[in-house]
Design a protein around this ligand. Structure first.
Ligand SMILES: [Zn+2]
Ligand SMILES: [Zn+2]
Length: 157
């Protein structure tokens, strides 16, 4: 078994539309490579920071990523017999394994489709776009029934 530690900036953004590790953000990866019968089992942990915005109030958010991943990379000789069945398998390229896809998949799996700054986030007032958290509890917008709007500037003299 061999252990590796890798530190490199993300070559491209990893994430979902509202939350992601942006390109250039440091990825901190601990990796173990273990020989098994059919190939090499790669397991590890990726640590990084994702940023994005709250799906309700659009406040910028930062989320720590600390995600394990594991993938078996088959020796090329083990898969060549059966190309149809092996489409989805990871295969070694000579002595190399491309860990980018397993890392990307693992990171994306942890990301919520609708990230929130706080699970209690109340979002924005649909009328004025201000955050509910910053508005007084009785905040509201008077709406005038359009049938009466002609009377809104009428004053009895
Ligand atoms: Zn929020
Ligand atoms: Zn409002």
């Amino acid at each position: 078994m061999r252990e590796y530690h890798l530190d490199f900036p993300a070559p491209e953004a990893i994430g979902v539309p509202l939350l992601g590790i942006s390109a250039g953000t440091e990825l901190d990866i601990d990796l173990r490579a273990e020989s098994v019968d059919d190939g090499v089992l790669i397991s590890g942990t990726v640590i990084s920071t994702a940023s994005g915005e709250c799906g309700r109030c659009l406040e910028p958010i930062h989320e720590e990523i600390n995600q394990k991943f594991q993938e078996l990379f088959f020796y090329e000789s083990r898969v060549s017999d059966n190309p149809d069945e092996d489409e989805d398998l990871f295969v070694m390229d000579g002595d190399f394994v491309d860990i980018e896809v397993p890392i990307r998949d693992a990171v994306i799996l942890t990301m919520p489709l609708n990230p929130l700054c706080d699970s209690e986030c109340e979002g924005l007032c649909p009328e004025c776009g201000e955050k509910w958290a910053q508005l007084p509890p009785d905040h509201g917008h008077e709406s005038i029934d359009p049938r009466w709007s002609g009377l809104s500037d009428w004053k009895p003299i």
